[in-house]
Design a protein around this ligand. Structure first.
Ligand SMILES: CC(C)(COP(=O)(O)OP(=O)(O)OC[C@H]1O[C@@H](n2cnc3c(N)ncnc32)[C@H](O)[C@@H]1OP(=O)(O)O)[C@@H](O)C(=O)NCCC(=O)NCCS
Length: 519
């Protein structure tokens, strides 16, 4: 559409405050004009730069309607997406033409949430370009060196490092809730011997929601968790306490050994190793160095702001369902190979590569998009993942005790070659947390399919921290993204046998496909 005089008048007509501001600031900053080009004639028109009186705002010109809108920029360098809802296309009579009246107005289309903030959070800070990760302001490196997983869990959930008394009380509560109900135990026994432990873990968590009616909003009231921090805390103790027990149960079941009762007097990681490994040795105690290594891995995995599974926890929790069901859903999201299942996928990849000599060929296949370099790349980090650096160091400490895992040479050769290769450099692909963790778990004797479970246990603290934060968020609402409908317009039902259906494109049973090929 040509920027006619009318249009320019209309533009200016919408700009009383903007014009005033422009005049006021002329002497100081001489606002520049911007140029509108008429594509039909090639002519250009000079238009005064629209300015709002609010310097912390966007001035949006909807070229469909010549309407100008002021969209305030909020703290955190964000804009309120609902401010765009009023932007609608009008027909010649000034009626809303698109979207249809009552439709959603202009929406932000952001598949995979690549640039959409869905909450304000004070839990975890990541600077992906600089490779910085902090929990509640504390650098991950410092926490990994000086803290413990349970202390970090307290920090994440309640916002501050605990006092001595608070910590004693908190860890006592968590360790008192490590026992599984015998029916949950029996449920675990119902699985096949080779069931993936992540499936067992997710099932166990979901089942736990049925054992505590007082914790079920379906029975005890929709807003129970918003109002009552006591009932919230009780479920936090139970979930943190029982997660390692569920994981240990899954592990013992598959190796055909009886489940070990938890030991309250051990640390969180020690108790987990105890439940995994104790057989008949009197006074069995796990190796303290391995327990510490595992505890550090737990700290590193405790939270990572709004990744796929944490977003799932918040999304599911936003319906006010109980936290067991939400954590089961979050665990399911974590299970995928693009997320927490990557540590398992890395090990399977390293095994398939086999030796250092096969690395160049493998990388070539990655560059040809025949394979993916698992454990590399990250949506947020465009630098070395700070957790991967710490994990690489721990790997050698664990190898000193358990013996060197030979696949480490393949991993190092892969890393070195990838970091020099233009394909990876250009895309800023660096090793992430999963690249080396699997090697540690393997050296410690964990079966490969336990790796995602070892990620899920510590991530429970992060999920719960986000759940608590969302329960306390005055802006909290049920999550409900929008979509752009691209399906058919209204059509009438045609009875079976009277339809002209492009069957092959829609669905074709394999048996029929075989039969028609024969015909
Ligand atoms: C983590 C991950 C899902 C992030 O995905 P994303 O933010 O959507 O990034 P993209 O898939 O858009 O990747 C950007 C580019 O890098 C490439 N890339 C990303 N990760 C890659 C990998 N691991 N191997 C090879 N190429 C990779 C993509 O092909 C894409 O290339 P292109 O721009 O030429 O198409 C992705 O890097 C990945 O699949 N990594 C492997 C799985 C993994 O380790 N997950 C654990 C994460 S902690």
């Amino acid at each position: 559409m040509a920027p006619s005089k009318d249009r320019l008048n209309q533009l200016s007509g919408h700009l009383p405050t903007i014009k005033a501001k422009a005049a006021a600031t002329k002497a100081n900053s001489s606002p520049q004009d911007f140029t509108l080009k008429d594509n039909a004639t090639g002519k250009t028109y000079s238009v005064p730069t629209p300015r709002s009186t609010n310097p912390k705002s966007l001035t949006v010109l909807d070229n469909r309607t010549n309407q100008l809108y002021e969209v305030p920029i909020q703290p955190g360098n964000t804009i309120d997406a609902t401010k765009f809802k009023i932007m609608k296309e009008e027909d010649e009579e000034g009626q809303v033409a698109y979207p249809p009246p009552g439709g959603p107005g202009l929406m932000v289309y952001d598949p995979a949430f690549q640039n959409t903030a869905v909450t304000r959070s004070s839990i975890t800070y990541i600077d992906g370009d600089e490779g910085i990760l902090r929990y509640r302001g504390y650098p991950i490196e410092e926490l990994a060196e000086k803290s413990t997983y349970l202390e970090v869990a307290f920090l994440l959930i309640y916002g501050e490092l605990p006092s001595k008394d608070q910590f004693a009380h908190f860890s006592d509560e968590v360790m008192r809730h490590t026992f599984l109900h015998t029916n949950v135990s029996d449920l675990m026994h119902a699985f096949n011997y080779d069931a993936h432990p992540m499936g067992m873990f997710i099932t166990g968590l979901a089942a736990m929601s049925t054992f505590h009616p007082e914790a079920n909003p379906a029975l005890a009231g929709s807003d129970m968790y918003l109002e009552d921090s006591l009932v919230r805390n009780k479920q936090i103790f139970r979930i943190l306490g029982k997660s390692p027990s569920l994981a240990a149960h899954a592990y013992r079941h598959r190796i055909g050994r009886p489940y070990n009762a938890p030991q309250r007097d051990l640390s969180y990681a020690e108790n987990f190793l105890y439940m995994l490994d104790h057989l008949s040795e009197p006074n069995y105690r796990p190796n303290p160095k391995l327990a510490r290594a595992l505890d550090i891995l737990f700290i590193l995995h405790a939270d990572h702001e709004l990744n796929c599974s944490t977003a799932a926890m918040r999304h599911i929790g936003s319906s006010h369902v109980d936290p067991y069901s939400a954590a089961a859903g979050a665990s399911a999201a974590l299970y995928g190979p693009l997320h927490g299942g990557a540590n398992e996928a890395v090990l399977r990849m390293l095994e398939s590569i086999g030796g250092v000599e096969a690395v160049p060929d493998f990388l070539q296949q990655v560059k040809e998009r025949k394979k993916k370099l698992m454990g590399f790349g990250h949506r947020v980090y465009k630098n070395y993942d700070p957790r991967a650096k710490i994990i690489r160091r721990i790997a050698y400490e664990v190898f000193d005790i358990c013996g060197r895992e030979p696949l480490i040479d393949v991993a190092i050769a892969l890393e070195e070659a990838a970091l020099k290769d233009e394909y990876f450099v250009k895309r800023k692909l660096y090793p992430n947390v999963d690249f080396y963790s699997g090697l540690i778990y393997k050296a410690m004797g964990f079966p490969t399919d336990m790796f995602p479970v070892l990620f899920a246990i510590p991530r429970m603290a992060g999920w719960l921290a986000h759940w608590v934060e969302s329960c306390q968020d005055p802006a909290g609402k049920i999550w409900r993204p929008r979509q752009v409908y691209v399906g058919p317009t209204k059509r009438g039902y045609v009875p079976l046998g009277h339809r002209d259906v492009p069957t092959r494109e829609v669905w074709w049973p394999p048996t029929m496909a075989r039969r028609t090929q024969l015909l």
